[in-house]
Design a protein around this ligand. Structure first.
Ligand SMILES: [Zn+2]
Length: 126
């Protein structure tokens, strides 16, 4: 068992319920999502959970036209790096936004996706 308050498993369990949780370093205040073992900024492991609003804007995106075998039936679809209001960025799949309307800076909101029984991070219209 790890001492980390928010494990990757727990992150996806709460994400499945529609809640995004980041971890905040108790030493330097650095935010990380999804959770990791040690702080990138100061190398410590002193995490506190921090609930996120789920609101953000698209920082960059890519349209996947030839998907990995597992997701072949879903193509084309878009994946994006979303900068959340709290300042951390998270990678996820775009849902319910027409691909030709996607733009950097577009507001989006976190939405859990369950793809073949695995929880994944998605973002839909804000
Ligand atoms: Zn730190």
């Amino acid at each position: 068992m790890t001492e980390t308050a928010v494990t990757l498993k727990k992150f996806f369990e709460t994400a499945r319920d529609g809640r995004l949780t980041a971890i905040k370093c108790g030493r330097c205040g650095n935010l990380e999502i999804p959770p990791k073992e040690f702080c990138d900024a100061c190398g410590q492991r002193d995490w506190k959970p921090l609930a996120l609003s789920g609101d953000g804007t698209i920082a960059s995106y890519t349209i996947i036209r030839v998907a990995p075998t597992k997701h072949a039936g879903d193509a084309p679809y878009a994946v994006a790096v979303v900068k959340l209001r709290e300042g951390v960025s998270l990678f996820g799949r775009i849902v319910d936004i027409p691909l030709d309307r996607l733009a950097v800076g577009m507001p989006v909101r976190f939405r859990p996706l369950v793809i073949r029984n695995e929880t994944a991070v998605g973002f839909g219209p804000a």
